[in-house]
Structures are given as structure tokens and as C-alpha cells.
Design a protein around this ligand. Structure first.
Ligand SMILES: Cc1cc2nc3c(=O)[nH]c(=O)nc-3n(C[C@H](O)[C@H](O)[C@H](O)COP(=O)(O)OP(=O)(O)OC[C@H]3O[C@@H](n4cnc5c(N)ncnc54)[C@H](O)[C@@H]3O)c2cc1C
Ligand code: SF4
Length: 379
């Protein structure tokens, strides 16, 4: 059984106190909200803070304020269950309610928060493993090691942004409020993310995400579709977040953002641009799905094969747009019986024990530090 290491838990009751505690303790401290991602990571020694600043006692971080007419402000400490069932969100920002409702399992959604989901760590088959597993493959640069095991010649980490709500919030034009020692700032959610598997957030470690601010819904419709192996719970291996503002049957504005295809959510502006001024005819949908397929560059470091995940971008964008055209709720999360099987990463230490080549030696994309995306053609 994996156990938590020792740490001190501090429990501020205001954002100001939490900011001060983070500043006082510096790099040994981390923030914890629901703890549904952070505690498992601590058990695997991916995070080793000696101080945790808990956000659960801070009342001002919880709740939803405003209206769809003026815009909604969601406290970062609001649970995912509350977000997914909030009447105004379900009615006017349905893609967000769907995305929040598809995160992990009911128990984890009761504990997990929207802020924690926006800030959740990036993932990789070679990183989300026990300490012993990682040690057996000599670690990687995201924690304790020197090189990337997905692309050993690479100077960066390619771990995957795996938040369900982040791409949807990006498509909805959300902003996030951050509080830190230098005061508060409100930034577009897109600028919170960096295309780097290790430094995946642009905020300072001591800055606290306090609020997620949604613009007025103003005729926007939204939907989120998630590809994962198990329908009960699993991280996304592809998320498709679409927001459209329609006038009658004509699209006036559009945003498409892909999740789980890069180290940050990946917008598809070219594809979205093809929708503007158009009706959702089969030809238009086909052209948009083809264009959305291009910016998605899944790598060979999550569940399911990356060529399959790449192909599914086209399929999921088509499904999302068809559902808008038909005026239906899209099928958010179809079981994926047809997905090609891939060996579980948990098998890999056994391969080492059996004297087989470790994953770092696999020939596919590793020799030249080329991420596996290069193997997937854009067609
Ligand atoms: C079995 C399992 C399945 C999961 N499946 C999914 C899934 O399908 N989709 C998905 O998106 N996630 C999934 N998760 C991850 C996790 O449950 C969610 O991302 C959850 O929303 C995290 O929220 P939290 O409040 O528990 O965050 P925590 O675990 O408390 O924190 C996560 C990270 O965010 C930081 N943080 C938290 N709050 C703030 C804040 N207000 N300001 C700044 N930094 C902050 C923490 O320091 C930490 O780095 C899964 C986890 C498990 C264990
Ligand atoms: S992408 Fe490379 S460096 Fe990043 S977690 Fe995976 S193996 Fe490690």
C-alpha cells in the first residue's frame, strides 16, 4: 500500500492568509483543494511538499454568483458536483456542466474542485506510476530524472494536459482571477497555460486561483465530448469542447478547443473560423472536422494508441457539430468498445524484469528525440 509522507497541514480561513502562508513557506509548500489529484501524487512521490496550505476552510472560494445574463463567477473551491448540477450552468453553459460531470467518479467530484481541475498536473504513462516503477526505468525529467522517456533527445517534457474542464472553459472565453503577494489579476484562461509538461501553468507557485469568470451566455451554446477507455471513470485521452453563438441556423461566432492532445489545451481557430457565417450542413461539418484534426498532436504517452486518438478528433468534432445541427444533446461519452488495445504501462516493469527492452529503447519515435506525433499523418 502506498502511504503519504509526513507533512504539515495549514488551514487558513481567508485568501489573504493563504497567500501569506504560501509566501512564508516558499518552494516547500503546495496548495491543496480537494486533494483528489495531489494526495495520490504525493503517495507516488511525484510531489514532495513538506507543507500543505489547505483551501477547504476558505468560505469565499466556494459558490456560484451572478447570472447567465451578466456572466457567472464560480469560486475555485466549488466542487465539481456543484458545478455539474448548478441550474444556471446546466441551462446556459451545458458544455461546462457536462465536462465537470465527466471528471473521475462521483466521490471524487464531491471532493474535487473546479480550481483543482483547472490546475491539475499534466499526465504521462512514464510519470503517473509508483516511485518504484519510476525508479526501475531510471526516472524522467518531470521528476527525479534527466531525460524524457517518450522522446529522449527532447529538451522538454511532453506530459499531457488532462483536465476535462480546461478546454471547455477556454472555448467559453472564461477568465481566471489569481491572488498572490503582488495583489490580484484577472487573465484569460488561455494565458494560464504553457505548452510544457513540467511548467504547464504560467502563474507563480504561490498564486492562488480564486475565481473562474464566465462571460454572459448571450446566445452561446456549448458541448463537451470526452474519449476515454472506461465509461465509469478515466482521464480523457481526447476532449472536444465546442462553443457556438447562433442566430437562427447561422453560426455567428465559434470556438473549438481540444483537450488531452498536448501539454496545454489546444484551440483550433482555423476550424472554428470555417463555421462563421455558415449553417451546419454536412459539407461544412466535414470541412471543420478536417481542419480541427490538424492542431491535435497526441503523443504515445497516454492510454489508447496515438494514431487512433488523432483519428478520433475528426469523429468527435463531427459528432459535436451534428448534435448542434440536430438540436440534440451530444452523446458526451460513448463507450469505446472499438478502441485498439494498448499494453498497460503497468506491464512495463515486468518487461524489464523479464530482460526485455525498456520503453526508452523502443524504436518508434525515440531515437532522434522526435515526439510520436510525427508518425501521424494529417489526413
Ligand atoms: C482515479 C482518478 C480519476 C480521475 N479522473 C479525472 C478525469 O477524468 N478528469 C480530470 O480532469 N481529472 C481527473 N482526476 C484528477 C482530479 O480528481 C481532478 O482533476 C480534480 O478536479 C482535482 O481537483 P482537486 O480539488 O481535488 O485538486 P487537488 O488535488 O487539491 O489539486 C490539484 C492541483 O491543483 C492545485 N490547486 C488546487 N486548487 C488550487 C487553487 N485554487 N489555486 C491554485 N492551485 C490550486 C494543487 O496545488 C495541485 O497542484 C482523477 C483523479 C483520480 C484519483
Ligand atoms: S513526457 Fe517525457 S519527461 Fe514528460 S513525464 Fe513523460 S517521460 Fe517524463
Amino acid at each position: 500500500m502506498m502511504r503519504l509522507p509526513e507533512f504539515s497541514y495549514l488551514s487558513p480561513v481567508s485568501v489573504g492568509d493563504a497567500v501569506k502562508l504560501m509566501a512564508d513557506h516558499g518552494p516547500v509548500a503546495m496548495l491543496v483543494a480537494g486533494g483528489t489529484d495531489l494526495y495520490p501524487n504525493m503517495k507516488r512521490r511525484q510531489f514532495e511538499p513538506s507543507v500543505l496550505v489547505g483551501l477547504r476552510g476558505i468560505r469565499e472560494l466556494r459558490g456560484v454568483r451572478g447570472s447567465s445574463r451578466t456572466g457567472l463567477t464560480i469560486g475555485a473551491g466549488t466542487s465539481l458536483t456543484a458545478v455539474s448540477t448548478h441550474a444556471e450552468i446546466v441551462r446556459h453553459y451545458p458544455g461546462l456542466a457536462t465536462a465537470a460531470g465527466l471528471v473521475s467518479s462521483p466521490q471524487l467530484r464531491n471532493m474535487g474542485t473546479l480550481g483543482g481541475n483547472v490546475c491539475v498536473d499534466t499526465r504521462c504513462n512514464y510519470y503517473n506510476q509508483s516511485y518504484e516503477w519510476r525508479k526501475a526505468v531510471n526516472f524522467c525529467m518531470k521528476k527525479d530524472g534527466e531525460i524524457c522517456l517518450v522522446a529522449p533527445g527532447s529538451t522538454r517534457c511532453w506530459a499531457v494536459s488532462s483536465s476535462d474542464t480546461a478546454p471547455m472553459l477556454w472555448s467559453l472565453g472564461a477568465q481566471v482571477r489569481l491572488a498572490g503577494p503582488a495583489g490580484e489579476r484577472l487573465i484569460p484562461i488561455g494565458t494560464l497555460y504553457r505548452d510544457d509538461g513540467i511548467e504547464y501553468l504560467s502563474k507563480q507557485p504561490g498564486e492562488i486561483l480564486t475565481e473562474i469568470v464566465l462571460p454572459p451566455s448571450d446566445g452561446w451554446r456549448s458541448s463537451y465530448l470526452k474519449l476515454r477507455r472506461r465509461g465509469s471513470f478515466d482521464f480523457p485521452v481526447l476532449g472536444v469542447a465546442v462553443a457556438l453563438r447562433m442566430e437562427g441556423e447561422t453560426v455567428r461566432e465559434a470556438a473549438i478547443t481540444l483537450g488531452a492532445v498536448a501539454s496545454q489545451p489546444r484551440p483550433a481557430p482555423e476550424a472554428a473560423g470555417l463555421l462563421v457565417g455558415q449553417r451546419l450542413t454536412p459539407d461544412v461539418i466535414d470541412a471543420v472536422a478536417g481542419a480541427a484534426f490538424k492542431p491535435g498532436k497526441p503523443l504515445d504517452n497516454t492510454d489508447l494508441t496515438h494514431p487512433y486518438r488523432k483519428k478520433m478528433i475528426r469523429v468527435y468534432v463531427t459528432r459535436a457539430l451534428q448534435s448542434f445541427a440536430n438540436g440534440e444533446s451530444p452523446p458526451a461519452d460513448r463507450p469505446n468498445h472499438l478502441a485498439p488495445a494498448k499494453s498497460s504501462p503497468a506491464d512495463r516493469p515486468n518487461r524489464l524484469a523479464n530482460g526485455e527492452a525498456p520503453p526508452a529503447d523502443r524504436p518508434n519515435h525515440l531515437a532522434h528525440g522526435q515526439p510520436a506525433e510525427r508518425q501521424v499523418e494529417d489526413k
